[in-house]
Design a protein around this ligand. Structure first.
Ligand code: 1CP
Length: 345
């Protein structure tokens, strides 16, 4: 179909192919943008940025003003949930997240209902952004999926192979189930608050899907994601969800079939054609462009974009990267990508 009154992102999530494909980028608000770096320096630290609605709303809107994307994604982080549950978080300059050291007993004491008030400023950011958004632009709320968030909580920071969480799951299975249940409950409440404040679509990031031991994929990822989606929809009927299980490989069709997602996010290691064969015709796909290609630019960027446009022609697809935009990406490459997508028929 061509563009009509329904917002293009929402049309795709309802299963309709839209030309030109709607586009937004993971991490579209961030350090590749000079205006972001300026505001970030003014705020002082990342957490202040996340918890000050006027600043977070401004950062969310920066890429919309500059590029005219079809969706804005709330500016926040997946790690505000552990912070709100009492495990304090800070971002050391240039080093990534650092969480307070917690053990099994600390996780057992966490109260999923305790998160609500602490996250109120983020709902306010959502409301501010929604009221300032141009017509046709969709507001995406988000959260991390339980396995991914738990990997940071158990390790106290980033870990490439989620070793600490895999050890915790093997040595303390009961406590691990409990931690995942706590995150399902807290995440559900957090997402419902985002919807009530104005989020129109929700994305769940399972950024470390590649590290989940195969026998645990259902128990610690597919099932918790399905429970979150079902619980949100009990309070917010028919809420559209994008599920992005980065690196899930051969498990991707399981996420597509068993979570209740409207769209499946596709990383850059997976062929869109292959995924298409394993998902229902009305299920949308999103992503797949290698962020390195956008950072490098030039003819290889043009060709990679053309390949995705031709692979997805006639199918519901949201144009995006296969992971977050790289910090060194020149803004001109982003502008060029958008004009190519919007002029290709
Ligand atoms: O110094 C800075 O400015 C911090 C960089 C930064 C930014 C811009 C971090 C720290 N978080 C964010 C914002 C952010 N994080 C958004 C905002 C909206 C947008 O996309 O524009 C979103 C959706 C996230 C989600 C997020 N945070 C994920 C899932 C997506 C992914 O990248 O896989 C993860 C894993 C995080 C944790 C996190 N937060 C920040 C960093 C550097 C990291 C990753 C650390 C690691 O690699 O383990």
């Amino acid at each position: 179909m061509t563009r009509t009154s329904i917002k293009p992102v929402l049309a795709v999530l309802a299963g309709q192919p839209v030309t030109p494909a709607p586009i937004w980028l993971m991490r579209q608000a961030g350090r590749y943008l000079p205006e972001y770096r300026q505001l970030r320096a003014k705020a002082g630290d990342f957490m202040t940025l996340c918890f000050t609605p006027a600043l977070a709303a401004e950062v969310t809107l920066q890429p919309i003003r500059r590029f005219g994307f079809d969706a804005a994604i709330l500016f926040s982080d997946i790690l505000v949930i552990p912070h709100a549950l009492g495990q304090r978080l800070h971002f050391a300059e240039g080093e990534g997240p650092r969480l307070e050291r917690f053990g099994p007993a600390d996780f057992a004491r966490m109260d999923p209902h305790a998160a609500g008030n602490a996250l109120a400023p983020i709902a306010e950011t959502v409301a501010r952004v929604r009221s300032d958004l141009p017509a046709g632009v969709t507001l995406i709320g988000f959260a991390g999926a339980p396995w991914t968030v738990a990997s940071y909580m158990v390790a106290g920071g980033s870990s490439a192979e989620t070793e600490d969480l895999r050890r915790f799951a093997a040595t303390h299975p009961v406590e691990c189930d409990h931690l995942v249940d706590t995150l399902v409950e807290a995440t559900t409440a957090y997402l419902v608050a985002q919807v009530r404040a104005g989020a129109e679509v929700l994305q769940l990031f399972e950024s470390w899907a590649a590290t989940i031991p195969a026998p645990l994929v259902s128990r610690y990822s597919v099932d918790p994601i399905r429970r979150i989606i079902e619980a949100v929809r009990r309070q917010c009927p028919a809420m559209p969800f994008i599920v992005f299980p980065r690196g899930a490989g051969l498990h991707l069709p399981l996420y597509a079939a068993a979570t209740g997602a409207n769209a499946i996010g596709v990383d850059y290691q997976t062929r869109l054609e292959t995924i298409r064969q394993h998902v229902p015709a009305t299920m949308a796909t999103q992503g797949n462009l290698d962020p390195m290609v956008l950072a490098v630019g030039g003819p290889s960027q043009d060709r990679a974009i053309e390949a995705i446009l031709s692979e997805t022609r006639g199918h519901p697809h949201i144009f995006n990267l296969g992971h977050g935009i790289r910090q060194e990406t020149p803004v001109e490459h982003v502008a060029r990508m958008i004009s190519q997508i919007r002029t290709t028929r």
